[in-house]
Write a protein of this length. Sequence first.
Length: 129
Amino acid sequence: MLTDPIRPPRKYLTRVLLAGLLGLALLGPAGALSLVVEDATGNHALGGLAAWLFSAPFVVWLAPKVSYRRRDALLGPWMLGIIAWRISYLPYHDWSPRDDQGSLTQYLREAEFGAEWRPEYAGLWRLRS
């Protein structure tokens, strides 16, 4: 358990901007690759496959950090928006932990923030190190 005060969670606008930038950085190249492959081959399915193949390694790498499993990479670029939204809030989590994360979960307490505690922090959690 951490006893030192930690930084407060990010504000909503900051989180939106970070998630947007991360999403753009991940989805932009995947979409561009999809269009290039589709133009070169004339096949829409191959363009989608190229986007999926480009984004799958990022989903495999980032998914466990935000309570998804690596197999969720099968969903491809559609997961990147959700993952970007969740990554932008780390180290805090405002989503339910997976069943297998229960023993690693540490809910935030008012003592960790001292005078900076706000009621909207209730229910946030993070993984123990």
